[in-house]
Design a protein around this ligand. Structure first.
Ligand code: GLV
Ligand code: MN
Ligand code: MN
Length: 412
């Protein structure tokens, strides 16, 4: 392996460690939209962008954007990148790996004082996971021009709205239209990402080409019963919202297991008022439903909504349902994907294509330009977990392939 590429992969690994140190919570990695650690990682990454010969700016949505100019004025632009926010108690690679491998390639160009016949913009998106506002692809939707302004009214667990958080972060929710990237000069968007599943490892492959990104529905479900005294209200007279929610959680699991390819998850649940001697009167839970076919996902959501109502009715608990941004399945661009496959061959790795069950900023950017994605092998398929891990050699392979991709695109 080229020693420059190996050194560059080492830098990417070190930088993933560094960014992994910026967290809101002691002892674990949690970095939500608009928080102090997000500000700090943006500052670190902006400094690395400058080192790589790029200009860096932050847009109104809080995304960080680096630009490396082309060999001539008026050239077109290739977008690269991923996100810098994380889930709760996250791994270090989901998101940052895509930003930092992109930066590594630009740094290699800069070190060789080389310009390409197209400019490169590296996007470090402000919120892909949706941890704070339960809304995915927030940063990339602003760039794609598909951001729903109603999202600005969503509140976090402390009652702070997205609009307020955006302002406090130095953005401007009234000027989000200015964050929309003009698509007319774009060559496409390519995202490198950890696979977050076990397929590549099971096949002993360092890299994979993504064929499509699964659609996802995120829904807030509310069960409203009646709070009461845990010692005095007989079991037969209770309207326990948490018991209704518990039945619903198992219905979600049963449906998810019943259809091939369907995954359905309740990941967050709050019971109020939340005391050991009070019957829970109100429960809010998050529901995440995904499938590679939109029709199957939509039918599953309808079925679960009916089940929530009937479970509630049998317990005299009312159930309500608030869909948050359904995202359709997105196929990757055949043209860019073929080019990526050629780049993998040129770097002498086997080409293997697989769909993504996880969501990615690329899905949102598909409304703006053609997209492609390169997956990097993930240790034991573990992700959204601090044990998430990638190998140095696989990161080097991803950088090599990205470099080949840039070369091939330059020859087109
Ligand atoms: C993002 O990681 C998602 O798929 O939810
Ligand atoms: Mn993630
Ligand atoms: Mn991710």
């Amino acid at each position: 392996m080229d020693t420059n590429v190996e050194a560059s992969a080492r830098t990417v690994m070190e930088r993933c460690e560094i960014l992994g140190g910026y967290s809101e919570e002691p002892g674990m990695l949690t970095r939500r939209f608009g928080t102090q650690p997000m500000r700090q990682v943006n500052e670190r990454v902006a400094a690395w962008m400058h080192d790589a010969g790029m200009t860096a700016r932050r847009d109104n949505a809080g995304n960080l954007v680096g630009r490396y100019e082309a060999s001539s004025a008026g050239a077109r632009t290739l977008l690269l990148g991923s996100h810098l926010d994380t889930v709760r108690d996250a791994g270090k690679y989901d998101g940052p790996l895509g930003v930092l491998t992109a930066l590594a390639c630009v740094q290699l160009l800069h070190d060789r004082q080389e310009r390409l016949p197209f400019a490169i913009e590296v996007f470090a998106f402000a919120d892909e996971e949706g941890l704070r506002f339960h809304s995915s692809y927030l940063g990339s939707k602003a760039v794609a021009g598909t951001f729903d302004p109603a999202t600005l009214r969503l509140a976090d667990s402390e009652g702070i709205t997205l609009a307020e958080a955006m302002r406090a972060f130095g953005g401007n929710p009234d000027l989000l239209h200015a964050s929309k990237r003009d698509g007319s000069d774009l060559l496409g968007y390519l995202e490198v990402h950890i696979e977050q599943g076990p397929v590549l490892e099971s096949l002993n492959l360092p890299l994979g080409v993504v064929s499509s990104i699964a659609g996802q529905s995120r829904i807030s479900v509310y069960f409203s019963g009646e709070a009461g005294h845990a010692g005095t209200v007989p079991m037969s007279l209770r309207r326990d919202a948490l018991c209704a929610a518990a039945e619903f959680v198992l219905a979600v699991e049963t449906l998810g297991r019943s259809l091939p390819g369907l995954v359905a998850t309740v990941g967050q649940i709050t019971a109020q008022p939340g005391a050991s001697n009070v019957i829970p009167g109100m429960v809010t839970l998050s529901l995440d439903v995904r499938h590679q076919e939109d029709a199957v996902r939509e039918q599953a959501c309808r079925q679960l909504q009916e089940q929530a109502s009937s479970i509630g009715a049998a317990r005299r608990v009312s159930a309500s349902w608030q869909p948050l941004q359904p995202n359709r399945m997105v196929p990757c661009s055949p043209r860019l994907t073929q080019l990526l496959a050629r780049a993998i061959e040129a770097a002498q790795y086997p080409v293997y294509s697989l769909p993504s069950g996880a969501g990615h900023d690329a899905a949102a950017l598909s409304d703006l330009t053609e997209i492609a994605m390169l997956f990097v092998r993930c240790k034991s398929g573990i992700s959204h977990n601090p044990a998430e891990s990638v190998e140095l050699e696989d990161v080097a392979a991803a950088i090599e392939v990205l470099e080949q991709f840039l070369l091939l695109l330059a020859k087109e």
